[in-house]
Ligand binder design. Structure first.
Ligand code: UT7
Length: 332
């Protein structure tokens, strides 16, 4: 695919995860579960949980600060901030708006993206295209989640899966159109919202004594159905990106999938025929951090020198909506 618009590279990455580690063993003292069940069905061994003083904006700000430092940029050089989250500090104003102030950014365009676990992929698509067509030079894109307060800790089918944390990247416009965020693909099937949702607290089911009694303020999920759909749409998202650019599985150096379940990642590897060793996995230590999972993993992959100049890196996600998507990056 030929492009004449400016290129957009990932100039810096950062992450922040809370210090409190909760192992499967520890969870099994308060929930009817076991390390054996969680690790064999999901690959998760532990997750980080934020304490009362940490919220989505403060964790996102820490990840964002680290990303700015890694890009050697000062807060006043950022001219756009976008946050992907399903667990904002409050319904409004946006978490991006709160982080803008916490980081001392200028009064720049700031907004949130609601695409659940695919939120970071959606944000990369929106922001890179805004940068190509607009006057933005440096953008901060953050995925941040404090999911623990919206989990039903009496529902073992969901509470063992998730964790809190934040990851961030700085996107920078460049004249070099051969590298950076090459392309993205996103999609959504809105026909089955009930498969993964938080029903209460919105305009459909406002918070009331009744909604609280029915536990509508907690995340609900049909895990089995989501599993099947996740594999199908992650596969499609990856294949579409390879086909659009005439790439074969061998051309991809690293694939960073949404970190939800190791069995989903194994099934994806088999179906798209990219060797499992090329998949970056850290869900054993963090669980599913939703929109934060890919930027946290991307930052760790860079720290571990898993990405070299010229590498094709493929990001793939799915989430509530149901949303899905992929981003193809050629590392600068
Ligand atoms: O970012 C998107 C977020 N969502 C996902 O990625 C979820 C995708 N789905 C999954 O990862 C899997 O479906 C789960 C990990 C959620 C569940 O694994 P599964 O192999 O599909 O198990 P299941 O739901 O079919 O449940 C099997 C059994 C059930 O018992 P019975 O009915 O067979 O007696 C559950 O009650 O496992 C039981 N179970 C548990 N047992 C111990 C469910 N959760 C637990 C638990 N500990 N935590």
């Amino acid at each position: 695919m030929s492009r004449t618009a400016p290129g957009v590279i990932i100039a810096g990455t950062g992450s922040y995860t809370p210090s409190r580690i909760v192992t499967n063993e520890e969870l099994s003292t308060s929930v009817e579960t076991s390390d054996e069940w969680i690790s064999s069905r999901t690959g998760i061994r532990e997750r980080r949980l934020a304490d009362d003083g940490e919220v989505t904006s403060t964790m996102g700000a820490k990840a964002g600060k680290a990303a700015m430092e890694s890009a050697n940029l000062k807060p006043e050089q950022i001219d756009l901030i976008v946050v992907a989250t399903l667990s904002p500090d409050m319904t409004f104003p946006s978490t991006a708006s709160l982080i803008q102030h916490q980081l001392g950014l200028r009064m720049v365009t700031s907004f949130d993206i609601s695409a659940a676990c695919s939120g970071f992929i959606y944000a990369l698509e929106v922001v890179s295209n805004m940068m190509r067509s607009g006057a933005y030079h440096h953008a901060l894109v953050i995925g941040s989640e404090k999911i623990s307060p919206i989990l039903d800790w009496s529902d073992r089918g969901t509470c063992v899966l998730f964790g809190d944390g934040a990851g961030a990247v700085v996107l920078t416009k460049t004249e070099d159109i051969t590298c950076g965020v090459i392309d993205s693909y996103t999609g959504n099937d809105g026909s089955r919202p009930e498969l993964l949702c938080l029903p209460g607290g919105g305009s459909a089911i406002p918070t009331s004594m009744e909604s609280l009694a029915h536990r509508e303020h907690y995340l609900k999920m049909n895990g089995r159905e989501i599993f099947k759909i996740a594999v199908r749409w992650m596969e499609q998202s990856a294949i579409i990106m390879l086909e659009r650019h005439g790439l074969s599985p061998e051309d991809i150096s690293l694939i960073i999938p949404h970190q939800a379940n190791l069995r989903i990642i194994d099934a994806l590897a088999r179906s798209i025929k990219i060797p499992r060793e090329k998949f970056f996995v850290n869900l054993d230590r963090y669980g599913n951090t939703s929109a934060a999972s890919i930027p946290i993993a991307l930052h760790e992959a860079r720290q571990k020198d898993c990405i070299q100049s010229g590498d094709y890196v493929l990001l793939v996600a799915f989430g509530a909506g149901l949303t899905w998507g992929s981003t193809l990056i050629k590392w600068h």
